[in-house]
Design a protein. Structure first.
Length: 437
C-alpha cells in the first residue's frame, strides 16, 4: 500500500507525462488505481487513435469524438489512423468534420495526423489551427473554409493521396510562410491538372513524387534555404515535350539544394528539350537518379554529361541501373554506351576536383551494359576514393558477384585515374569484394 501511495503522490505533471506513454484504453483504466488517479486521463494533452484491427468497431469515429470531448484541456497532439481492413460508416466525413471542429474549439492543436485507407470521399474542411506546426494527411479529400487565414505556425506539411483543389492547395502553401518541410505525393487537384507554385523563405526539405493523373505546373519560385529535394513522377509519358519542359523548370528551380534525389528517368525525359548551357547547381553535393539502359541514345548521354557539368561541387553520386531488355539487345546497348562514354571527357569540374564517392545499384544483374558506365567513372574521376557496385539479388538471394568481378578484373589498373580509388562489389547477401584496394 505504501508503494501505491508513493506512486500516487507524484506531482500532477509527472503523472500526466506517464499517461502520455500509455495506450488510451490503458490510460483510462488508471482511474481505478486510486482516488488521486480518477479521471486524470482527461487532462491528457494528446490523443492517438489507431483502428488498424477494427478494435473500435464500425462506430469508431463516434468513439474518437467521445474521447476527444472528454478531455478537459486543449489537445496539442492528435492522430487518427484507420486501416482499409476495418469497417467504416458511409457518412464518416460528417463525424470527422465534427471532430476537427471540436479540436479547433479546444484550441492550441500543434500536431494533426489523419490517415485513412481507403480515402474519405467527401470533402472535409481544415479549420485555421493557429498553433499547428505539423500537419500530415493521407487518404483525405480536403478543402479550406471561407475566410481561411492559414497556418501561421506550420513547419511540416505532408499530403499523400489527397484530393484538393488547385486554389486551396496554393492558398494552403502560400499562407504557411514558416514551412520548413513540404511533401506532396500522389495528390489530385479535384479533376483539374495539378498546378502549384510557391515562395517559401524557410523551406529546407521538398518532396514531390508519385503517380499524378495530370500535372500542369509545379514551380519553386523562391526557396533560398532549401537544402534537400526529392522529385519524381511515376508513369511518366516520356514522349510529352510539355511535361519534360515542366520537369526541367522544376528541377532547375531548386538551385540551392545540397542533396537532390530524382526518382524518374531524368535522362530520357530531358532528352526531349533544350538544356540551358550555362546553368549550375552551386551548392549541390549529393545526386541520386535512376538510369534505364534500355533507352540509352546519344541525347540521353548528352543529358548525363550536362548533369555532371552543371554540378561543379558534386561529391557523391548514386545511380540506379534498370533494364527491361533481353540479352540479344544487351550487346547493342553496351556498344553504344561504350562509344559515347568510355573516353576521356574534359570540362567536368566535379570529376576533376570533388567527386569522391560513386554508388551504382543494380536491380538486375547486367554486367554487359553496366561496365561502360563503371569505366566512365574510373577513367574520369580524378579524386575518386570509392566506387561501390551493389547488386540487389533475386528471390533466392544468390550471390552473383563472381561474374561482375571477372569483368572488372579485365579492366587494367591503368584505367583507374585516381590512385586512391577503391572498387567494391556488394550484394544483398552482405558479401563484399574489393577489386582494387
Amino acid at each position: 500500500m505504501a508503494d501505491v501511495d508513493r506512486f500516487s503522490s507524484l506531482p500532477f505533471e509527472i503523472k500526466i507525462h506517464i499517461l502520455t506513454h500509455l495506450k488510451i484504453k490503458d490510460a483510462v483504466r488508471t482511474s481505478t488505481l486510486a482516488q488521486s488517479w480518477r479521471d486524470l486521463w482527461t487532462h491528457l494533452p494528446c490523443l492517438y487513435l489507431c483502428n488498424t484491427r477494427d478494435t473500435l468497431g464500425n462506430n469508431w469515429i463516434q468513439r474518437a469524438y467521445h474521447l476527444a470531448s472528454s478531455l478537459q484541456g486543449p489537445i496539442h497532439w492528435f492522430q487518427l489512423s484507420h486501416s482499409r481492413y476495418c469497417l467504416r460508416p458511409a457518412d464518416d466525413s460528417v463525424f470527422i468534420q465534427n471532430l476537427l471542429d471540436l479540436l479547433h474549439q479546444k484550441g492550441r492543436v500543434k500536431m494533426l495526423n489523419l490517415f485513412f485507407e481507403p480515402e474519405v470521399t467527401e470533402a472535409i474542411r481544415l479549420p485555421s489551427f493557429h498553433s499547428l506546426y505539423m500537419l500530415k494527411l493521407w487518404g483525405c479529400h480536403v478543402g479550406l473554409p471561407t475566410g481561411f487565414q492559414g497556418f501561421r505556425c506550420l513547419e511540416t506539411l505532408s499530403m499523400c493521396f489527397v484530393r484538393i483543389s488547385n486554389d486551396d492547395l496554393n492558398l494552403l502553401v502560400r499562407t504557411s510562410k514558416n514551412l520548413t518541410s513540404l511533401e506532396i505525393s500522389n495528390c489530385e487537384a479535384s479533376g483539374d491538372p495539378l498546378s502549384v507554385d510557391f515562395s517559401l523563405p524557410f523551406l529546407r526539405h521538398l518532396e514531390f513524387r508519385g503517380a499524378f493523373t495530370a500535372v500542369e505546373k509545379i514551380l519553386v519560385v523562391s526557396a533560398p534555404r532549401l537544402k534537400q529535394a526529392v522529385i519524381g513522377l511515376n508513369y511518366v509519358d516520356y514522349s510529352s515535350q510539355n511535361l519534360a519542359q515542366m520537369m526541367l523548370h522544376l528541377v532547375t528551380s531548386v538551385i540551392t539544394v545540397r542533396s537532390l534525389e530524382l526518382s524518374f528517368d531524368i535522362l530520357r525525359c530531358f532528352s526531349l528539350v533544350a538544356l540551358p548551357f550555362d546553368f549550375t547547381f552551386p551548392c549541390l553535393r549529393c545526386l541520386k537518379f535512376p538510369l534505364n539502359v534500355d533507352t540509352v541514345d546519344k541525347r540521353m548521354c548528352d543529358t548525363f554529361l550536362w548533369l555532371l557539368r552543371s554540378m561543379p561541387f558534386l561529391e557523391e553520386l548514386k545511380v540506379e541501373l534498370n533494364k527491361d531488355h533481353d540479352y540479344d539487345q544487351a550487346d547493342r546497348v553496351a556498344i553504344l554506351m561504350k562509344e559515347l562514354l568510355v573516353k576521356k571527357h574534359d570540362g567536368f569540374a566535379c570529376l576533376e576536383r570533388t567527386v569522391t564517392s560513386v554508388t551504382i545499384k543494380m536491380f538486375q544483374l547486367d554486367v554487359t551494359t553496366s561496365i561502360p558506365i563503371i569505366q566512365f567513372f574510373l577513367l574520369n574521376a580524378k579524386v575518386l576514393k570509392l566506387l561501390k557496385i551493389h547488386y540487389v539479388s533475386g528471390a533466392y538471394g544468390a550471390s552473383v558477384m563472381p561474374s561482375m568481378i571477372e569483368e572488372l578484373q579485365k579492366l587494367q589498373k591503368a584505367d583507374v585515374t585516381s590512385s586512391g580509388a577503391k572498387v567494391m562489389i556488394s550484394d544483398s547477401m552482405s558479401n563484399k569484394y574489393f577489386v582494387y584496394d
